[in-house]
Design a protein around this ligand. Structure first.
Ligand SMILES: Cc1cc2nc3c(=O)[nH]c(=O)nc-3n(C[C@H](O)[C@H](O)[C@H](O)COP(=O)(O)OP(=O)(O)OC[C@H]3O[C@@H](n4cnc5c(N)ncnc54)[C@H](O)[C@@H]3O)c2cc1C
Length: 481
């Protein structure tokens, strides 16, 4: 059922109050309702996009060029699923284990802990598992693929079900503006509408599902407003280790036409694109992070120009390639890469000086690439170059900024709109904000869900993992109570 803001004050007996109605919040709400729990689903925006809600996402960014924070997510029913692209791929098993001697990006859970949730996540997102990876000769590279959600728009898809439900109470235009704790429990949250109304909402448990930036912001603000009582020592890690997928055009490749095998089921925007990644063994040997390489078809004229460039360093190959290109046996591709980014303490969501209409400090996002991020791009592309040269089926040319011949390009963001980290999952309170069941360390009834809990992001898109985690959290909560 749906209720207006004015009825929130008289609500009683709510088991779970979920804040945020994106993929994470809606998945938790439906699952808990299916387990016969009474759920209050609060959404700060309305049923459609509005300036008054979206402007609450304003913020500043420091470091590398990043998207305008107001455009990088959506603040209404269904959340950012209202304009996501639908690319889905669960994280690889090795991506949960962390990389290198310091286990960068290590999760306290393993892929097998999420695998059992894939079939339900698949139904929700309307996808099947991607085709299995194919390891290429030599064992250095594998051809990988994605599944493509239609894409599922969570608001549209589940609106009727939620409104018809007698276990889910949906309240739109209801903004969480503060969490109020006593001891180790959240007693209530303060909720405000756009007309100046404010109400305290009580529930047994609270689930924060406001997206990969707001989860940190709302925790940081509630802690500040409580004089540090809410999070105590834990506050120092909130917002920290924020990361994205490092995503950029990194060079060109010229390859034999027969090498290009795009997936059988390309989604919109993926037609003709071949996806490759280093095998986990190579990633470990090179001491880099996960990275997927995308070979995007270039116009035919690109082949000639590339051969001319490559002639300077490989004249014999170039003269052979010239003949092959004439016969249509070679094609040119733009080489793009999407890589796991190193989660670094200094990359963070923090509270800025300006405030929004509710008096909450706007976000200040610090985000900068690292040497390891650059090396991950470079080594992954070099591995492809070596493979093509050894097999004598093509060549790769990297852009000058990747080989130290130009500055890191800052004309546009090298990111993918994937907001991860900030409330990362860990085994202990010294290393993260939430435990393996997404419960905030030091609190008994506040869970956080979404990609803010990711300790590492792999190279794959995050939403299928978010949905798997939301299903797992719902099972955990239902089993606990
Ligand atoms: C252009 C674009 C393309 C993308 N493409 C892909 C893709 O192909 N594949 C993929 O896996 N991912 C993609 N993503 C990322 C994907 O959209 C997110 O991973 C996903 O939406 C996150 O779900 P969420 O529920 O955690 O957060 P969100 O979807 O952001 O939902 C958060 C919700 O919380 C609400 N909220 C925020 N603050 C408050 C408050 N104070 N009070 C009450 N409610 C509040 C918001 O209104 C919103 O409804 C894309 C993102 C963008 C921007």
């Amino acid at each position: 059922m749906e209720i207006p803001f004015s009825e929130l004050a008289s609500l009683e007996g709510v088991d779970y109050c979920i804040i945020g109605s994106g993929p994470a919040g809606i998945t938790c709400a439906r699952e808990l309702a299916a387990k016969n729990r009474k759920v209050l689903l609060l959404e700060g925006g309305g049923r459609e996009w509005s300036e008054e809600s979206q402007s609450l996402y304003e913020g500043e960014t420091l470091g590398d060029t990043y998207y305008d924070l107001q455009d990088a997510r959506l603040r209404y029913f269904g959340g950012t699923s209202n304009h996501w692209a639908g690319w889905c791929r669960p994280l690889d098993a090795h991506e949960f284990e962390g990389k290198g001697p310091t286990a960068i990006g290590r999760w306290p859970i393993r892929r097998k802990d999420l695998d059992e949730y894939f079939p339900r996540a698949g139904e929700i997102l309307e996808i099947e598992l991607p085709e299995p990876d194919t390891v290429l000769p030599g064992g250095m590279l594998r051809r990988i693929s994605y599944s493509f959600s239609p894409p599922a728009r969570f608001g549209e898809k589940y609106q009727s079900e939620i409104i018809a439900s007698d276990r889910i109470i949906l309240a739109l235009n209801c903004n969480l503006t503060r969490m109020n704790a006593a001891g180790s429990a959240i007693l209530s949250i303060t909720v405000q509408d756009y007309g100046g109304g404010s109400v305290e909402v009580k529930a047994r448990d609270f689930i924060l599902a406001c997206g990969g930036i707001e989860n940190s912001r709302l925790l940081l603000w509630s802690n500040l407003a409580s004089g540090g009582v809410l999070l105590k020592e834990q506050a120092k890690l909130v917002g920290r280790y924020w990361f994205e997928h490092h995503h950029a055009e990194i060079g060109d490749a010229i390859v034999e036409t027969g090498f290009i095998q795009p997936p059988d089921n390309p989604g919109p925007g993926a037609k003709g694109i071949m996806l490759l990644s280093l095998t986990p063994k190579m990633v470990a040997e090179k001491g880099i992070l996960s990275c997927s390489l995308r070979l995007n078809p270039s116009p035919r004229s690109g082949v000639k120009a590339l051969i001319e460039d490559i002639a300077c360093v490989a004249p014999t190959w170039a003269s052979w390639a010239d003949g092959e290109a004439e016969k249509g046996q070679l094609c040119a591709h733009r080489l793009k890469a999407t890589a796991e980014q190193e989660p670094r303490f200094e990359n963070r969501v923090e509270l800025g000086d300006a405030t929004d209409r509710f008096g909450i400090p706007k976000v200040r996002l610090h985000w900068r690439h690292s040497e390891l991020d650059l090396r991950t791009f470079r080594e992954s592309a070099k591995a492809l170059g070596v493979y093509l040269a050894v097999e004598d089926i093509g060549r790769v040319r990297l852009l000058p900024w990747l080989v130290g011949e130009a500055e890191y390009p800052q004309e546009k963001p090298h990111a993918a709109y994937h907001h991860m980290g900030g409330t990362r999952m860990a085994d202990d309170a010294g290393s993260g904000v939430v435990d393996r069941n997404c419960l905030v360390f030091g609190l008994s009834n506040l869970h956080v869900i979404g990609s803010s809990v990711f300790p590492g992001g792999g190279h794959s898109t995050p939403t299928v993992t978010i949905v798997q985690l939301a299903l797992r959290l719902s099972d955990h909560l239902a089993a606990r109570s």
